[in-house]
Design a protein around this ligand. Sequence first.
Ligand code: FES
Ligand code: MG
Length: 589
Amino acid sequence: MPRTPVRPFRSRDWFADPARSDMTALYLERFMNYGITPEELRSGRPIIGIAQTGSDLSPCNRIHLDLARRVRDGIRDAGGIPMEFPVHPIFENCRRPTAALDRNLAYLGLVEILYGYPIDAVVLTTGCDKTTPSGIMAASTVDIPAIVLSGGPMLDGWHEGELVGSGTVIWRSRRKLAAGEIDEEEFLNRACDSAPSAGHCNTMGTASTMNAVAEALGLSLTGCAAIPAPYRERGQIAYETGRRIVDMAYEDLRPSRILTRRSFLNAIAVVSAAGGSSNAQPHIQAMARHAGVEIGPDDWSAAYDLPLIVNMQPAGKYLGERFHRAGGVPAVMWELLGAGRLDGDCLTVTGRSVADNLAGREASDREVIRPFADPLMDRAGFLVLKGNLFDFAIMKTSVISDAFRQRYLSRPGQEGVFEARAIVFDGSDDYHHRINDPALDIDENCILVIRGSGPIGWPGSAEVVNMQPPDALIRKGILALPTLGDGRQSGTSDSPSILNASPESAAGGGLAWLRTGDILRIDLNDGTCDALVDAAEIAHRKAEAPPPVPASHTPWEELYREKTGQLADGAVLEFAVNYRAVADKTPRH
Ligand code: FES
Ligand code: MG
């Protein structure tokens, strides 16, 4: 039955403009080469883009090369015309100097594609960490109907009868290597065993976190985020996603109707209760800013009291398969909704509310998804800190180990407060060169500080703040020291670092004047972190040359540094947030 869209499809301007039949002919002729006929293009059916993030360079998203077939089937069956196109690749582990440079680059490229081609709605294929926020940021800027299809996590990794999670196994094995418990061969075996199939990281690292965020925001079908990549259900939900986006095109159900302050608060609640990645902070901030939604540090603080209810590495024990079977993201949201900590009224891509989507989605495995009232840990969200070294930083409290709590946060009468002697590193090369230098005299009363690792300093902001203690300390059983930095850390890391410090040293932040030997006082009760250095001395040091910043080596690095803001503000291209709903303005012929 012919359907009428709520508003005319923008592709009509390419393929059915009576005033420019010459141009229409030009637009039509080439698509025949791969089987879309001029009749189809003129039929008035919506053209649905499939933003393909999988490639040999993006192995975490390679499953989408297969899933796209199922998406196409769904689009065709629902009466749309699929057009698949590549997105700039992003691969977290392998991209130097950091994949963080690519989030904004993929965003820019995708905006131009969605704006400049005859695309009426889009399926965003997501997986590896930054593929999710970059796609959502672009969909907001363009504001055509968009739906997120996660590729899903890898199968659970097992090594000699023990669950080994991707990413997390690296940090844990590094400590074992430093302690002399394993050799390099064993390190490699453990790493490979942690990644047994197609899919993104199987831990609650940044990839699982950001796909959970997409679902919490209302941008994917219910239950989509956590289905492991090789599972039968993954292909099924790819098909359903293809079907649904065609209806969304007819309904003109755009990101601007789904992404509201309330939906972003839902996302922050899910990240906090799931023990999600600290990278969610800049990514959520970036997506909110591109959506024109006000979100800030207070919103993370307001979610700090949420309990940890997901028992998944790095904060807990299990991995993605078990999480999915326990009920996945809907079961987490179900708990939050029941506790009054989720807004059930938000609209989602299903066309229904969050609460409607969650009906009957209670967890089936309470070992993995705990009841809100009986969590793994109380008050396990993100702490926001500030002080004389920075205006903003966060700490993921769900990964604070009992040993760390005992050593630093449990002095009688002084709970949550500690002082530590700073050991300052200028970037990760400096750290690696000097961490085992006995002259630094690093003991358990030290805090490891890294600067030069923010958006401008690195450039891009690197996952380097989870610095490991010197080998000698590890051999004594001290597996973690407090750390602080203006960079980020991997979402798979179990280090309770103070991260994302903004402004960074390269932007004039206080870490620039900090020196090895200074005493830092950290008070988690009132969210402060200060160097105990007097004002005159600070002024004196500020007059000296700041730490060196490496040169840009590519044109994009230079442009990125010029246009990108700080992690506190989402590290977005600042000028780009002024562009919104650009698809409302049809590009000229
Ligand atoms: Fe790509 Fe973890 S490295 S998902
Ligand atoms: Mg990462």
